[in-house]
Write a protein that binds this ligand. Sequence first.
Ligand code: 5GP
Length: 206
Amino acid sequence: MTESRGKLIVISGFSGAGKGTVVQGLVEKYPYSLSVSATTRPPRPGEEHGKAYYFKTVDEFMHLIDYNGFIEWTNYCDNYYGTPRRFIEDEMRLGHDVILEIEVEGALNVKRQYEDAILIFITTPDAATLEERLKGRGSEDEPTIRKRISRAREEVTLVHNYDYVIINDELEQCIEEVNAVVLTEKNQYQNRVALIDQIRTELEEI
Ligand code: 5GP
Protein backbone atom coordinates (compact mmCIF):
# COMPACT_ATOMS: atom_id res chain seq x y z
CA MET A 1 0.00 0.00 0.00
CA THR A 2 1.15 3.56 -0.65
CA GLU A 3 2.60 5.09 2.51
CA SER A 4 1.71 8.75 2.68
CA ARG A 5 3.18 11.44 4.86
CA GLY A 6 1.48 11.86 8.22
CA LYS A 7 -0.88 14.74 8.91
CA LEU A 8 -0.26 17.63 11.22
CA ILE A 9 -3.25 18.24 13.47
CA VAL A 10 -3.13 21.50 15.36
CA ILE A 11 -5.44 21.79 18.35
CA SER A 12 -6.01 25.11 20.08
CA GLY A 13 -8.67 26.47 22.34
CA PHE A 14 -9.25 28.93 25.12
CA SER A 15 -7.31 28.22 28.27
CA GLY A 16 -9.80 26.21 30.34
CA ALA A 17 -11.70 24.75 27.37
CA GLY A 18 -10.32 21.34 28.27
CA LYS A 19 -8.23 20.83 25.13
CA GLY A 20 -5.49 19.10 27.14
CA THR A 21 -7.96 16.46 28.32
CA VAL A 22 -9.34 16.08 24.80
CA VAL A 23 -5.83 15.58 23.40
CA GLN A 24 -5.00 13.08 26.14
CA GLY A 25 -8.16 11.12 25.31
CA LEU A 26 -7.32 11.16 21.61
CA VAL A 27 -3.82 9.74 22.05
CA GLU A 28 -5.04 7.09 24.49
CA LYS A 29 -7.74 5.92 22.10
CA TYR A 30 -6.20 6.39 18.65
CA PRO A 31 -2.72 6.03 17.16
CA TYR A 32 -1.70 9.69 17.12
CA SER A 33 1.79 10.91 17.93
CA LEU A 34 1.73 13.73 20.43
CA SER A 35 4.27 16.51 20.16
CA VAL A 36 5.74 17.56 23.52
CA SER A 37 6.55 21.28 23.57
CA ALA A 38 9.35 23.08 25.35
CA THR A 39 8.42 25.82 27.82
CA THR A 40 9.97 28.19 30.33
CA ARG A 41 6.82 27.98 32.49
CA PRO A 42 7.41 26.25 35.83
CA PRO A 43 5.87 22.76 36.11
CA ARG A 44 2.42 22.48 37.70
CA PRO A 45 1.99 19.78 40.35
CA GLY A 46 2.13 16.37 38.69
CA GLU A 47 3.63 17.60 35.42
CA GLU A 48 6.65 15.54 34.37
CA HIS A 49 9.60 16.71 32.31
CA GLY A 50 9.37 15.12 28.86
CA LYS A 51 5.69 14.24 29.25
CA ALA A 52 3.76 17.44 29.83
CA TYR A 53 6.58 19.63 28.51
CA TYR A 54 10.33 19.85 28.25
CA PHE A 55 10.90 22.41 31.00
CA LYS A 56 13.68 24.82 30.03
CA THR A 57 15.39 27.90 31.38
CA VAL A 58 15.08 31.06 29.27
CA ASP A 59 18.73 30.65 28.23
CA GLU A 60 18.18 27.05 27.10
CA PHE A 61 15.06 28.12 25.20
CA MET A 62 16.93 30.96 23.44
CA HIS A 63 19.66 28.53 22.49
CA LEU A 64 17.09 26.24 20.84
CA ILE A 65 15.65 29.19 18.90
CA ASP A 66 19.16 30.04 17.64
CA TYR A 67 19.64 26.48 16.43
CA ASN A 68 16.36 26.45 14.51
CA GLY A 69 15.06 23.81 16.90
CA PHE A 70 11.43 24.95 16.75
CA ILE A 71 8.91 24.98 13.92
CA GLU A 72 7.25 27.82 15.87
CA TRP A 73 7.57 29.47 19.25
CA THR A 74 5.77 32.21 21.11
CA ASN A 75 5.56 34.12 24.35
CA TYR A 76 2.24 33.35 26.03
CA CYS A 77 1.31 35.07 29.33
CA ASP A 78 5.00 35.83 30.11
CA ASN A 79 6.40 32.37 29.33
CA TYR A 80 7.99 30.95 26.20
CA TYR A 81 6.55 27.89 24.45
CA GLY A 82 7.90 26.16 21.35
CA THR A 83 7.22 23.13 19.14
CA PRO A 84 10.34 21.00 18.56
CA ARG A 85 11.10 20.60 14.84
CA ARG A 86 12.87 17.23 14.77
CA PHE A 87 10.08 15.11 16.31
CA ILE A 88 7.39 16.54 14.02
CA GLU A 89 9.40 16.03 10.86
CA ASP A 90 10.49 12.49 11.79
CA GLU A 91 7.01 11.35 12.74
CA MET A 92 5.35 12.79 9.64
CA ARG A 93 7.97 11.17 7.45
CA LEU A 94 7.08 7.82 9.07
CA GLY A 95 3.45 8.40 8.09
CA HIS A 96 2.30 9.12 11.65
CA ASP A 97 -0.34 11.76 12.32
CA VAL A 98 1.03 14.28 14.80
CA ILE A 99 -1.03 16.33 17.24
CA LEU A 100 0.18 19.73 18.39
CA GLU A 101 -1.63 21.40 21.25
CA ILE A 102 -0.63 25.03 20.87
CA GLU A 103 -2.11 28.51 21.15
CA VAL A 104 -3.56 30.54 18.28
CA GLU A 105 -0.52 32.53 17.19
CA GLY A 106 1.57 29.36 16.99
CA ALA A 107 -1.21 27.55 15.10
CA LEU A 108 -1.34 30.26 12.44
CA ASN A 109 2.42 30.18 12.19
CA VAL A 110 2.31 26.39 11.60
CA LYS A 111 -0.36 26.80 8.90
CA ARG A 112 1.91 29.26 7.05
CA GLN A 113 4.60 26.58 6.87
CA TYR A 114 2.46 23.44 6.51
CA GLU A 115 -0.54 24.48 4.48
CA ASP A 116 -2.27 21.09 4.70
CA ALA A 117 -2.17 21.14 8.53
CA ILE A 118 -5.66 20.70 10.02
CA LEU A 119 -6.50 23.51 12.44
CA ILE A 120 -9.08 22.61 15.10
CA PHE A 121 -10.32 25.02 17.75
CA ILE A 122 -11.86 23.62 20.94
CA THR A 123 -14.30 25.81 22.86
CA THR A 124 -16.65 25.57 25.81
CA PRO A 125 -20.36 26.06 25.01
CA ASP A 126 -20.14 29.60 26.49
CA ALA A 127 -17.85 32.06 28.29
CA ALA A 128 -19.28 31.43 31.77
CA THR A 129 -18.33 27.73 31.53
CA LEU A 130 -14.84 28.80 30.55
CA GLU A 131 -14.45 30.99 33.63
CA GLU A 132 -15.91 28.26 35.85
CA ARG A 133 -13.45 25.68 34.51
CA LEU A 134 -10.47 28.01 34.93
CA LYS A 135 -11.43 28.69 38.55
CA GLY A 136 -12.27 25.04 39.22
CA ARG A 137 -8.84 23.93 38.04
CA GLY A 138 -7.36 25.55 41.14
CA SER A 139 -3.86 25.65 39.68
CA GLU A 140 -3.81 29.36 38.80
CA ASP A 141 -4.15 32.42 41.01
CA GLU A 142 -6.72 35.14 40.29
CA PRO A 143 -4.39 37.48 38.29
CA THR A 144 -3.34 34.54 36.09
CA ILE A 145 -6.99 33.62 35.51
CA ARG A 146 -7.71 37.26 34.54
CA LYS A 147 -4.73 37.23 32.18
CA ARG A 148 -5.97 34.04 30.53
CA ILE A 149 -9.48 35.43 30.11
CA SER A 150 -8.13 38.58 28.57
CA ARG A 151 -6.05 36.41 26.25
CA ALA A 152 -9.26 34.55 25.29
CA ARG A 153 -10.74 37.92 24.25
CA GLU A 154 -7.89 38.31 21.78
CA GLU A 155 -8.03 34.70 20.60
CA VAL A 156 -11.75 34.82 19.84
CA THR A 157 -11.02 37.35 17.07
CA LEU A 158 -8.74 34.86 15.32
CA VAL A 159 -10.87 31.71 15.39
CA HIS A 160 -12.06 32.35 11.82
CA ASN A 161 -8.62 31.16 10.66
CA TYR A 162 -9.37 27.62 11.89
CA ASP A 163 -10.76 24.82 9.73
CA TYR A 164 -13.01 23.40 12.46
CA VAL A 165 -14.54 24.57 15.75
CA ILE A 166 -15.55 21.77 18.12
CA ILE A 167 -17.48 22.26 21.35
CA ASN A 168 -16.17 20.46 24.41
CA ASP A 169 -19.36 19.97 26.38
CA GLU A 170 -19.27 16.21 26.75
CA LEU A 171 -15.66 14.96 26.67
CA GLU A 172 -16.11 11.62 24.86
CA GLN A 173 -18.23 13.20 22.16
CA CYS A 174 -15.66 15.92 21.64
CA ILE A 175 -12.88 13.33 21.25
CA GLU A 176 -14.94 11.41 18.69
CA GLU A 177 -15.71 14.57 16.75
CA VAL A 178 -12.05 15.57 16.53
CA ASN A 179 -11.12 12.08 15.35
CA ALA A 180 -13.94 12.10 12.78
CA VAL A 181 -12.68 15.40 11.37
CA VAL A 182 -9.18 13.98 10.95
CA LEU A 183 -10.48 10.83 9.23
CA THR A 184 -12.61 12.90 6.88
CA GLU A 185 -9.64 15.10 5.99
CA LYS A 186 -7.43 12.09 5.34
CA ASN A 187 -9.98 10.62 2.95
CA GLN A 188 -10.12 13.73 0.78
CA TYR A 189 -9.11 13.13 -2.81
CA GLN A 190 -5.94 15.24 -2.63
CA ASN A 191 -4.67 12.95 0.12
CA ARG A 192 -5.36 9.89 -1.99
CA VAL A 193 -3.68 10.89 -5.25
CA ALA A 194 -0.69 8.57 -4.72
CA LEU A 195 -2.97 5.66 -3.85
CA ILE A 196 -5.14 6.15 -6.92
CA ASP A 197 -2.05 6.45 -9.13
CA GLN A 198 -0.81 3.17 -7.73
CA ILE A 199 -4.14 1.45 -8.35
CA ARG A 200 -4.16 2.82 -11.91
CA THR A 201 -0.73 1.26 -12.50
CA GLU A 202 -1.80 -2.02 -10.89
CA LEU A 203 -4.92 -2.13 -13.05
CA GLU A 204 -2.73 -1.97 -16.15
CA GLU A 205 -0.83 -5.01 -14.93
CA ILE A 206 -3.70 -7.39 -14.20
P1 5GP B 1 -0.24 25.97 29.66
O1 5GP B 1 0.70 26.89 30.38
O2 5GP B 1 -1.65 26.11 30.15
O3 5GP B 1 0.25 24.55 29.66
O4 5GP B 1 -0.24 26.43 28.14
C1 5GP B 1 -0.55 27.74 27.79
C2 5GP B 1 -0.83 27.83 26.31
O5 5GP B 1 0.34 27.56 25.56
C3 5GP B 1 -1.87 26.81 25.85
O6 5GP B 1 -2.79 27.48 25.00
C4 5GP B 1 -1.06 25.81 25.10
O7 5GP B 1 -1.82 25.18 24.07
C5 5GP B 1 0.01 26.69 24.51
N1 5GP B 1 1.20 25.96 24.09
C6 5GP B 1 1.74 24.85 24.62
N2 5GP B 1 2.83 24.48 23.94
C7 5GP B 1 2.97 25.37 22.92
C8 5GP B 1 3.91 25.51 21.85
O8 5GP B 1 4.84 24.73 21.65
N3 5GP B 1 3.73 26.56 21.01
C9 5GP B 1 2.72 27.45 21.16
N4 5GP B 1 2.63 28.42 20.26
N5 5GP B 1 1.83 27.34 22.15
C10 5GP B 1 1.95 26.32 23.03
